[in-house]
Structure formats: C-alpha cells, structure tokens
Design a protein around this ligand. Structure first.
Ligand SMILES: *[C@@H]1O[C@H](CO)[C@@H](O)[C@H](O)[C@H]1NC(C)=O
Ligand SMILES: *[C@@H]1O[C@H](CO)[C@@H](O)[C@H](O)[C@H]1NC(C)=O
Ligand SMILES: *[C@@H]1O[C@H](CO)[C@@H](O)[C@H](O)[C@H]1NC(C)=O
Ligand SMILES: *[C@@H]1O[C@H](CO)[C@@H](O)[C@H](O)[C@H]1NC(C)=O
Ligand SMILES: *[C@@H]1O[C@H](CO)[C@@H](O)[C@H](O)[C@H]1NC(C)=O
Ligand SMILES: *[C@@H]1O[C@H](CO)[C@@H](O)[C@H](O)[C@H]1NC(C)=O
Ligand SMILES: *[C@@H]1O[C@H](CO)[C@@H](O)[C@H](O)[C@H]1NC(C)=O
Length: 538
C-alpha cells in the first residue's frame, strides 16, 4: 500500500537572473512564495571559492493576536491570591466546553456560565453571559455542545440532562428561551459526537452508534443497523442528503457508512469499509483521513487518502507523534495534533516525506481549536480555548528567500538554486515540483554605505526644510508688497481716469518689482499706506 505514484513536474526559468548588489550590505535576492510547501532546496556555486548567498527557509509561525481571559481569578490583579506554594489552588474556575456558532463562539465554564464571544470584523468581543440553572455536579462529567444552524439553537448534552437554548441574534441578549429535552444521555458513555443539519450522531463505545433527529422536543431515534464492537470516534459529512460516516472501531478499524436521509437507511460501503487501522481518534479533511493509534511510548498517525469516485483508499504515510493525543484538526496543508503534553504540527498530502520540518506553533495550554478559514494555505485564522482563556491566533507561512552578504572584493558570482516543492507556480496539481534557477551576481561598491546614506538623508531633509522656510518668508513678503502695489495702483488709476474701465496694470508692477520689496521700503512709500491696511496684512 505504500507504493505511491509520484508525479514530477519540472519548472525552470530560461535565463539566469542577474543582480547587482552592494558590498557589505545584506540583501534579499529572490523569494519563493508560489511553490506550496518547500521540501528541500540548495545552492550550488559554479566556483567554490566564495559562497556569499544563503537560503532562509520557509517558516510556519503563529502569532497570537487576541486573548480574552474568561476566568476572572486569572486576571493579573487577583491572580496571586489563588497561587500558593507555586501551585494554583484547586477551586479556580475553568472552561469545560466551546462551540463555534455562525456569529462567533460560545464557551461553557465549570460554574455553569455560558459566555458568548461575538466575531465582529475579525475580532472577538465578549458580548453576553448567562448562568445556567443546573446542578453543578453535572459539569464534573463530560459535556457536549452543538450549534443547530437550521433553528439557531444551542444543544447541550449534560450527564442526565439535555438542554436546547434558542439563540436570539437580534435581541438584547443572545440567550433566549431554554427548553429541557426528554431524551437524556449518560455522557461518560459517549466517546464522540458529530452533528450535521438536524442529525446527531453519538459514538458510545461498546453500545454502538446512535443517530437522532433533534428538531423536535423529543428526539427521534433512527435505528442504525451497522454493528460495532467498540466505536471510539466518528466524522460525518453530507452531500445531497447522503451522509458519509467515517466511524472508528477500536477493534475492527474504520467503517465507512452512508446514510440516506430520504429513505432513512444505512448502508455499509462494502468496498471502502474495514480499513484496518485501529485507534482512538480520527479526523477527515476532504479526501485525507487520519487515524491516531496510541502505542506504548508514542502515537502513530496513519495518513490515508480516500478516493470517493473509485471507493478506494491508500496509506500515504505514518507519522510518529507524542503519546496521549486528545484531538487532531486538519486544514488544507497541515494537521494540528493537540496532545496532553503540548501540540505538534504535521504536513499532510506531501509527495515525499523524507523531510524534517521544524515548524512549531506555540499556544500554551491549548485545549480546543477551530479554524475560520481552513482552505487557506498562507494565513489561517484560528481561535480556541485553554483552560482559562479564549484566544485567536494566525498561522502564517512565511516564504523562503535567498539572501546575500558579501564583504570581499568585486567579483562576479554564479550559482544555481535547486528546489523541490509540492507545487509549481500556475499549476493546480499536487505533485513534486523540481525548480531550478541560475543567478549571476555582480558586487558593486556602494557610493555610500548605509550609514552614510542616513546622514545624506538627514542633510537633504534639513536643506529642504530650510528651503521651505525661506520660500515661505519670501511669499509672505511678496504678498505684503503685492497688496501695497494694488492699493497704490488702484488709487492712481482712479485719479487718472475716473470710473476707469481699464484694469490696473498690476502685472507689470508685480513683474518688475518681484525682488524689490526692500527697494520700495527704501523709496519711502510706506508712510502712504493707511494704518488700518497694515493691520489687516499682519
Ligand atoms: C545554469 O547553470 C548551469 C551550471 O553552471 C549550466 O550548466 C546551465 O546550462 C545553466 N542554465 C541556464 C538556463 O543558463
Ligand atoms: C529533490 O528531490 C530529488 C528526488 O526526487 C532528490 O534527489 C534531490 O536531492 C532533491 N533536491 C533538493 C534540493 O532537495
Ligand atoms: C542540490 O540539488 C540538486 C538536485 O536537486 C543536486 O543535483 C545537487 O547535487 C545538490 N547540491 C548540493 C550541494 O547538495
Ligand atoms: C474500547 O475502546 C477504549 C478506547 O477508546 C478502550 O480503552 C477499551 O478498552 C475498549 N473496550 C474494549 C472492551 O475493548
Ligand atoms: C518504551 O520506553 C521504555 C523506556 O524508555 C523502553 O524500555 C521500552 O522498550 C519502550 N517500548 C517500546 C515498545 O518501544
Ligand atoms: C479512479 O480510477 C480511475 C480509473 O482507474 C483513475 O483514472 C482515477 O485516477 C482514479 N481516481 C482516483 C482519485 O484515484
Ligand atoms: C504564472 O502566471 C502569471 C499570469 O497568469 C504569469 O505572469 C507568470 O509569469 C506565471 N509564472 C510562471 C512561473 O510561469
């Protein structure tokens, strides 16, 4: 099953790229952002004497952008009161569940408080809270929350109690009418739930798979005829009223079941079913299926590729990861593995796997994660919760680039850059892309070093500033003079031709005497300017 047909595409630019770069300055020569995931790269110099250029590898980083502390005891000013002998005292509140809804997220704390975080222009705001009137003991057992899009309701499965809360997006408070549902669950028996449209799928270990239609006050159970030994996890997606259920049986492996909502019948997909990978956790993203199997000292993550047209599957890779994995979340290029001891990120759907990727994301205490744009590959927005906080973070892929620094004498340097990646630019197929590019670099002496050029900039700015001030003063003086000329001139023409139609020959005055306001002063015209005009000008 490990035989994979590797498609290869070659991509190389015809001519060598030529650059002239300054000595003693670090300069970015080229960057590579259109190649998908870069699997390997190297630089081969034509002559081995000088090697001034190097590769800065593509990097995936997360940048925490927002953090909302949801447990008041965790705020800085009161935190120390709960911190004794290097330990948090036991009765600090914590977050037990979170669910994504159409306008943001809803968090449930162990006090029974529902907290609404509203998403407004890419940023979450604490918008509303409501205390549930329930027995707090119930919150010590597992709790499941689901959002029912069709009816804008929040479904909460507590141990021995099931609630539905109407969400009012228009009203003053989002939390509307609360309804108790007759059907109740013992949540300790539940391993996983999935929810689509109005169908609730409950994986209950040895008790099997239960499916309910939840639109009414009494859940309608749909008899599932497929047998399980010990169902541990499931993923469901829906297409044209057909539901595809990927269910993981701890003993039998993966069963693939379809459910037709029109006929209410379950069918086991006999070609795809019984994929022999056993484990505790699965996740599905498009045609990529991951199964987590815990071994004595570590976990093995089986990465499978499903073909829905041909009803076939194949094993693509087996990743090694830490023990005690709680959850796994996939996007277009990555899978984020949330473990009890931190989290890891792995790339999936690669054409080759003999690479060592050292990307790390850091979110201390991460419990649960959601994506706002899974399909993106360069900048994924995520939100989630730790035990006490709500956070948002961006997972960004920074492009690979070539940088050069050269301090020796002038010389021409030639090298070839080789790169393997998952994608060639302008190609949609995922296949290995071999890219080759020749570079010719001429080093030139900078006329100024970067330090010197700063001084040049400063000097230029000062000169421009002085020039502006002088110009300003000149204009002011000129206006003063112009006003005087106008006044004088109009008086003259009035005397010469009463009711004059001829406009005063202002232009001539102005031109002739542009540079001579001082001259006017000297010619002692000033006394003739009336005092009030002078004041106006000033
Ligand atoms: C690139 O450089 C290599 C090695 O110097 C040379 O063999 C090759 O012909 C060059 N290719 C192009 C397209 O210039
Ligand atoms: C690219 O992949 C090939 C195998 O397909 C390998 O031989 C070569 O060394 C790789 N090149 C780089 C730069 O990693
Ligand atoms: C760089 O990769 C190419 C092919 O990908 C390979 O032929 C070459 O030997 C590699 N050079 C070095 C220095 O590893
Ligand atoms: C059922 O699966 C769980 C893991 O989810 C395992 O711990 C348990 O032992 C299994 N039960 C049986 C009877 O195999
Ligand atoms: C698990 O780890 C222990 C100690 O590191 C080692 O002795 C043991 O052989 C390991 N077991 C397996 C199955 O790798
Ligand atoms: C399905 O089978 C056909 C014919 O064998 C093949 O051409 C096609 O690539 C297969 N599709 C997938 C997704 O494997
Ligand atoms: C990719 O396509 C764009 C426009 O369609 C074109 O400008 C660019 O040169 C292409 N890149 C490569 C490497 O072919």
């Amino acid at each position: 099953m490990l035989i994979i047909l590797i498609l290869i595409e070659y991509c190389s630019e015809g001519l060598a790229k030529e650059f002239s770069i300054y000595q003693n300055d670090e300069q970015v020569l080229d960057s590579f952002s259109q190649f998908g995931i870069i699997l390997g790269s190297n630089i081969t110099y034509e002559t081995q004497t000088e090697q001034p250029c190097y590769i800065i590898n593509q990097k995936l980083k997360n940048k925490q952008s927002e953090e909302i502390i949801l447990v008041p005891e965790f705020k800085e000013d009161v935190f120390l009161n709960y911190y004794n002998d290097g330990k948090l005292s036991g009765d600090i509140n914590y977050i037990i569940q979170v669910v994504q809804i159409s306008t943001g997220a809803i968090v449930l704390s162990n006090k029974g408080e529902l907290i609404y975080l509203k998403l407004v222009e890419n940023s979450f705001k604490l918008a509303d809270t409501k205390m549930l009137s329930i027995n707090k003991e119930q919150l010590l057992k597992p709790v499941y929350m689901q959002f029912i899009i069709n009816s804008n309701e929040l479904l909460i499965l507590l141990n021995g109690e099931t609630l539905k809360i109407k969400l009012e997006f228009e009203g003053e408070s989002i939390f509307g009418e609360m309804m108790k549902i007759y059907d109740v669950f013992l949540t300790e028996q539940i391993n996983s739930v999935a929810f689509i449209e109005d169908l609730l799928f409950v994986a209950s270990g040895e008790l099997g798979l239960h499916v309910y239609q939840v639109s009414k006050r009494v859940f309608e159970q749909i008899q599932c005829t497929i047998e399980f030994k010990n169902i541990t996890d499931l993923r469901v997606f829906q297409e044209n009223s057909i539901y595809f259920i990927f269910a993981l049986d701890y003993e039998k492996g993966i069963k693939v079941i379809t459910f037709n909502a029109k006929t209410s019948l379950f069918y086991e997909n006999l070609q795809l079913t019984n994929i022999p990978y056993r484990g505790q956790i699965i996740d599905l993203y498009k045609n990529v299926l991951m199964v987590v199997e815990e071994k004595e000292n570590e976990s093995i993550i089986h990465e499978l590729q499903i073909s829905y047209e041909n009803n076939t599957w194949k094993l693509v890779h087996q990743h090694l990861a830490q023990k005690y994995i709680q959850d796994i979340e996939m996007t277009e290029n990555y899978a984020i593995i949330i473990g009890q001891n931190g989290h890891e990120i792995i790339y999936h759907s690669l054409p080759i796997y003999d690479i060592k990727i050292q990307d790390k994301i850091i979110i201390p205490g991460l419990q649960k994660l959601f994506f706002l744009n899974k399909g993106e590959s360069h900048n994924i927005q995520m939100f989630g919760v730790t035990k006490h906080k709500f956070f948002t973070t961006n997972l960004q892929l920074f492009p690979q680039f070539i940088s050069c620094f050269y301090s020796k004498n002038d010389e021409e340097i030639k090298f070839t850059y080789h790169q393997n990646s998952t994608k060639c630019p302008n190609s949609t197929q995922i296949k290995i892309c071999h890219f080759k590019q020749n570079y010719t670099i001429k080093f030139v002496h900078p006329i100024l070093t970067s330090e010197q050029s700063i001084y040049v900039y400063i000097t230029c700015i000062v000169i421009v500033a002085i020039f502006m001030i002088v110009l300003g003063l000149l204009i002011k003086e000129f206006k003063k003079y112009q006003y005087f000329v106008k006044f004088h001139n109009s008086k003259d023409s009035y005397h010469q031709q009463s009711g004059s139609q001829v406009p005063p020959t202002l232009d001539i005055y102005a031109l002739n005497s542009f540079d001579s306001p001082m001259k006017i002063n000297k010619q002692s015209y000033i006394p003739s300017i009336p005092a009030q005009n002078d004041q106006k000008i000033e």
